[in-house]
Design a protein around this ligand. Structure first.
Ligand code: URA
Length: 436
């Protein structure tokens, strides 16, 4: 078999066999195939596409390029969750302890933020002392003892994805649905869970800008999960405005603690109940979505979810006192009010622009090497649909640098729309794509 012939075949729009796809992936990981050949292959796949069988084969080959975590020593059905990424998306921090407190074990591997979207690991690390670089043994024994662990993926999980993603990033081949789907699902499958719940975000702050694109991705993700023998459900959810009120690492952790105390933003809590109820059903601890939602609500109201979050923080080396006293979390030096410039209904908040304004404050990374500032970010006081008056505080900007504050302020000027008529609000959960 020759890599050259595989490239020709895909360039000409033919279907590749499982063996050809596997040869391409494994030879690239072993550095027997050059970057320029893999780049040509990726561009051919980008333009010609991969059908669902080829996408599943690509995913399986990527999984086989590294280690698959063995979670079999943890009792119960292990359910994983993944979000395609959004602005202010702190769902995992709330959902993982909430679901774990009902008895579904959560062994979660998460990533860091890049560009205008944040990453769970960065948010967790804004808690002083907390470690996300758990060894495989620490990770598994924490899930056995506490019921939940959140850690960074090690280099031996899907090495093919790291190498391929770096090329896609440099060759304008990121935005291909089969390439995104195989990248996402290879990491989920290698994570070892028995079932997967996916949150596919659509809107101005998401990877997928239209419902059509989100449906295509969700369908492909569910097909891959099912093809790999994992029960998989995807929720398509709206990301036309940031989730919750806070954007920025420590600010999002504070919002999660509030939510665990019953004072969370409605959209964040609604999303966690929607995703979490599917996790409980797949995990076998509830027999219907209604029963699962009631169980989650009870777990939230009783303080058990908050206690589980405190246990998670303590087990990973963080200071659990921040749960009772979130005021002790680090703070930015400057908090500046951004005032409403005209009266009316808030009709649109451009989530991507808000993400960019948090990034210029230092909350996110423009490149993988950038360091983030955990304390900075943006806290909204209103959501789309609210009536606001000139001079009201719309946003608090948390900053450590006046120039960055000015830049963030300017981005926000163009990120907000106010109209005279009450806007229609889209539902948060737009569609459910179910493999059953
Ligand atoms: N997220 C991933 O993990 N992979 C992609 O290709 C795109 C988004």
């Amino acid at each position: 078999m020759r890599v050259y012939d595989i490239i020709v075949k895909k360039r000409d729009g033919e279907r590749l066999t499982a063996e050809e796809i596997d040869f391409m992936v494994q030879s690239f990981v072993k550095e027997e195939t050059a970057d320029y050949q893999m780049s040509a292959f990726l561009m051919a796949a980008y333009i010609r596409g991969l059908d669902s069988r080829e996408t599943l084969d690509l995913t399986s080959s990527m999984v086989a390029s590294g280690e698959v975590i063995d979670l079999s020593s943890i009792p119960g059905v292990k359910v994983d969750k993944h979000s395609t990424g959004g602005v202010g998306d702190k769902t995992t921090l709330l959902l993982a302890p909430l679901v774990a407190a009902t008895g579904v074990p959560i062994a979660k591997m998460s990533g860091r933020g890049l560009g205008h979207t944040g990453g769970t690991l960065d948010k967790l690390e804004s808690i002083p002392g907390l470690r996300v670089d758990l060894s495989r043994e620490e990770f598994i024994s924490q899930v056995r003892e506490v019921g939940v662990a959140i850690a960074g993926a090690t280099a031996d999980i899907v090495p093919a994805d790291k190498k391929i993603y770096a090329l896609r990033d440099a060759t304008a081949t990121v935005s291909s649905t089969p390439l995104i789907a195989s990248s996402v699902m290879s990491k989920k499958i290698a994570g070892g869970a028995d079932a997967i719940v996916l949150d596919v975000k659509v809107g101005s702050g998401a990877f997928m800008k239209t419902l059509g694109e989100a449906r295509e991705l969700a369908g492909m993700l569910v097909d891959i999960g099912r093809g790999a023998g994992k029960e998989t459900v995807a929720l398509i959810t709206n990301m036309d405005e940031p989730l919750g009120f806070a954007i920025g690492n420590v600010l999002e952790v504070r919002e999660v603690i509030d939510a665990l105390k019953g004072k969370g933003p409605t959209d964040l809590v609604e999303l966690c109940l929607a995703l979490g109820s599917r996790m409980l059903v797949l995990g076998g601890v509830a027999s219907s979505i209604g029963e699962a939602q009631a169980r989650l609500q009870e777990t939230l109201n009783s303080g058990e979810a908050l206690e589980k979050f405190a246990q998670l923080v303590r087990s990973q080396g963080g200071d659990p006192r921040i749960v009772e006293a979130p005021g002790a979390l680090p703070r930015a030096r400057i908090v500046s009010d951004y005032l409403v410039k005209e009266e009316g209904y808030l009709s649109f908040i451009d989530a991507e622009a808000v993400g960019r304004s948090a990034m210029v404050l230092g909350a996110g990374r423009a490149t993988k090497e950038d360091k983030i500032d955990p304390t900075v970010g943006i806290v909204f006081r209103h959501k789309v649909g609210d009536y606001i008056k000139k001079g009201d505080v719309l946003v608090e900007i948390h900053a450590n640098d006046m120039d960055q504050l000015d830049q963030a302020d300017t981005i926000l000027d163009n990120a907000i729309n106010i109209v005279g008529k009450r806007p229609e609000k889209k539902p948060l959960v737009l569609e459910i794509v179910d493999s059953r």
